[in-house]
Write a protein that binds this ligand. Structure first.
Ligand code: NAD
Ligand code: UFG
Length: 341
């Protein structure tokens, strides 16, 4: 059984990916420093999968500590999720973002080289397309000027990985550019569990629907879009997780080098449409008001899914209604989020 090291595997996307890997017959080892997740996730993964996974509480920037994981396990592939991801926070503490995100990626690469591990999947983001609105974004669309330090870390790590692959011609690296991951596992046991007041649309709507927050502010309804609100490519986190399994399988069956795929649905959903879909899922109106545009937002962002469909064999299965109903189940089962450790 092949073993996948999942860095950041205790987080939102990582934990769903652990389940998909397990269901596809992989063994999993998790490395996470719990900077943005709670140990309760491990208990819940055990309930869902019926087994434990080896878990290391380790900072992926700490080469010595992370080397223990490589020393103690025969790792075949790495999926590197570990990183900080809050756009606004990255503007306030850019150095922490650069050192954590870039530092952890470099450390993972150094150890992969040292231990002869060839397959790497990296969590990149559609944010690297910058402020362009030349949709749909294809993998050939130019990477743009990023609008925040978080985005730049993704942009820079992509470049670092390309340079690494040139220097190590036997490396197989897959860059995955995610669009907007939302939703939760069908069990309602794991889902997105942000600390404090959420910044992103779906966690915010969920909390308004659940009564923890009073109202949602829609950031701008004067965009040049059909209903005036921004369009995004929301993708169910379970689909996204399955995209990672496809990426591992792709690396196993292809030659060395760097490959790149968008992971999205190819469909833009407006903020108004997202609210309406959530109202349908929860069965009551979502209190919302219209406010100013949020600085840095673009009007439209959605993926071309052609390359992922053709080469990776990946096609998202779930629609916006599925995303909303799974979010709502997660919210109602965990109104306060997960308990602190
Ligand atoms: P998350 O915060 O839920 O998960 C990240 C996990 O990494 C957390 O459990 C955190 O504790 C851990 N971590 C952070 N720094 C670490 C370090 N130095 N060492 C060990 N563990 C560390 O975030 P997520 O939404 O699951 O995102 C996973 C990855 O996908 C991130 O790299 C993120 O930038 C990227 N991504 C996320 C989105 C999104 O909208 N959620 C979009 C595009 C890309
Ligand atoms: N929005 C609101 N009100 C809110 C929150 C969001 O109207 O309270 C709107 C935003 O203006 C935007 C849409 O909902 O039009 C989606 O916003 P999110 O913050 O949920 O997502 P973004 O598209 O801004 O950003 C997300 C991730 C980034 C990632 C980017 C591209 O947060 O990390 O997708 O993948 F880089």
């Amino acid at each position: 059984m092949a073993t996948v090291l999942v860095t950041g595997g205790n987080g939102y996307i990582g934990s769903h990916t652990v389940i998909s890997l397990f269901e596809s017959g992989y063994d999993v080892v998790i490395a996470d420093n719990l900077a943005n997740s709670k140990m309760e996730v491990q208990k819940r993964l055990k309930t869902i999968c019926g087994r434990d996974f080896k878990f290391y509480k380790v900072d992926c920037c700490d080469e010595k500590a992370l080397s223990v994981v490589f020393e103690e396990n025969r790792i075949d592939s790495v999926i590197h999720f570990a990183g900080l991801k809050a756009v606004g926070e990255s503007v306030r503490i850019p150095l922490d973002y650069y050192s954590n995100n870039i530092g952890s990626a470099i450390t993972v690469c150094k150890l992969m080289k040292k231990y002869g591990v060839k397959n790497l999947v990296f969590s990149s983001s559609a944010t690297v397309y910058g402020m362009s609105e030349d949709v749909p974004f294809t993998e050939e669309s130019p990477v743009g000027i990023c609008t925040n330090p978080y985005g730049w870390t993704k942009w820079m790590i992509e470049q670092i990985l390309r340079d690494f692959a040139v220097s190590e011609p036997s490396m197989k690296i897959c860059l995955l550019r995610y669009f907007n991951p939302v939703g939760a596992h069908e069990s309602g046991l794991i889902g997105e569990d942000p600390r404090g007041i959420p910044n992103n649309l779906f966690p915010y709507i969920s909390k308004v629907a659940g009564g923890t927050l009073e109202k949602l502010t829609v950031f701008g309804d004067d965009y040049d879009t059909p209903d005036g609100t921004c369009l995004r490519d929301y993708i169910h986190v379970v689909d996204l997780a399955e995209g990672h399994v496809k990426a591992i399988q792709y690396l196993d069956s292809h030659d060395a080098g760097v490959c790149l795929f968008n992971l999205g649905t190819g469909k833009g959903t407006s903020v108004k449409e997202a609210i309406a879909a959530f109202e349908k899922a929860c069965g009551h109106p979502i209190n919302h008001v219209f406010g100013d545009r949020r600085p840095g937002d673009i009007a439209v962002c959605y993926a071309s899914t052609e390359k992922a469909e053709k080469d990776l064999g990946f096609k998202a299965r779930y629609n916006i209604d599925d995303m909303c109903s799974s979010c709502w189940k997660w919210q109602t089962m965990n109104p306060e989020g997960l308990a602190d450790d």
